[in-house]
Design a protein around this ligand. Structure first.
Ligand code: SF4
Length: 267
């Protein structure tokens, strides 16, 4: 059995949701334009580091979704997203703060770790390279609002970055955040992950997988005002036996966990 960060965080958020998704095969329908655009943008970044025309790469990738029935947020349109993407790529090239040597081997890097008991943990790192001259694991994000940096050191608590540091053994991590807004902005955020954090994460992986393999899938309803986790959960229709909600948000596929690497590429 192979596990990933997406699976782990899904289980920790709500074990019942994990069961719906990974055992029963209920997957969320892809209706969010921003998520598909994020994938296209990451392909364009790959083209940039290979010395190709990254604007053209973005346009080609995003064209596949021109007629898709997506939900666009706050006045976004297909055209607006591609324009914002091209501006961000231009800004990124001007900033020139990130270096990736040998992009063929240092982009979308698959790392496997064998766990006690024989299961495997798989991660796809966006990149390993230099940010402002410091070698680190790099995670790309596309978003519509800036990431919070206060208080100082907040990024070192990010579980996905801790996971990447744990699996790669590299202590320095960075998040390059492409903020899609009227005036495009790119945040270059760096953090150091300690040896102790990596050890703790390894223990979290082992104990969580033990729970999964023991078949513990109790619901964590998360019903606390104002942050009710169920409201944003795509499996809400299943928990409420609401067929209308199920049909609107989910699609059932056999062997869903085989496709988990796709989620890894988006994270
Ligand atoms: S709706 Fe709530 S209880 Fe049900 S799977 Fe989602 S988070 Fe868990």
């Amino acid at each position: 059995m192979a596990y990933s960060f997406t699976q782990l965080s899904n289980y920790l958020r709500c074990p019942r949701s994990y069961r719906y998704r990974y055992l029963d095969g209920w997957r969320e329908k892809e209706t969010r334009a921003a998520m598909a655009f994020g994938r296209c943008f990451e392909s364009a970044l790959g083209a940039y580091f290979r010395g190709e025309d990254c604007g053209a790469a973005l346009f080609t990738e995003w064209s596949a979704y021109r007629d898709a029935a997506f939900e666009y947020k706050k006045g976004d349109t297909w055209d607006r997203l591609v324009h914002q993407g091209v501006h961000l790529l231009e800004r990124f090239a001007q900033d020139n703060r990130v270096r990736i040597d040998s992009p063929k081997t240092n982009l979308q890097i698959k790392i496997l770790q064998t766990l006690t008991g024989g299961s495997e943990f798989v991660s796809y790192l966006d990149a390993i390279g230099e940010v402002d001259g410091v070698r680190c694991v790099i995670d790309w994000k596309t978003t519509t609002s800036r990431y919070t940096q206060d208080p100082d050191g907040l990024l070192s608590l990010d579980p996905q970055l801790i996971c990447y540091s744990w699996i790669s053994g590299i202590s320095e991590v960075a998040m390059v955040v492409f903020v899609r807004k009227h005036a495009p902005e790119i945040q270059y955020l760096r953090a150091s992950i300690s040896e102790e954090q990596r050890r703790e994460f390894g223990r979290l992986v082992e104990t969580t997988i033990n729970q999964i393999e023991a078949g513990h899938f109790n619901p964590h309803s998360g019903i606390r005002f104002p942050q009710n986790g169920c409201v944003s959960c795509s499996h809400l229709g299943l928990c409420l036996n609401n067929e209308q909600l199920v049909a609107a948000n989910l699609i059932r596929k056999a062997g869903a966990s085989d496709l988990d690497w796709l989620d890894e590429l988006v994270d």
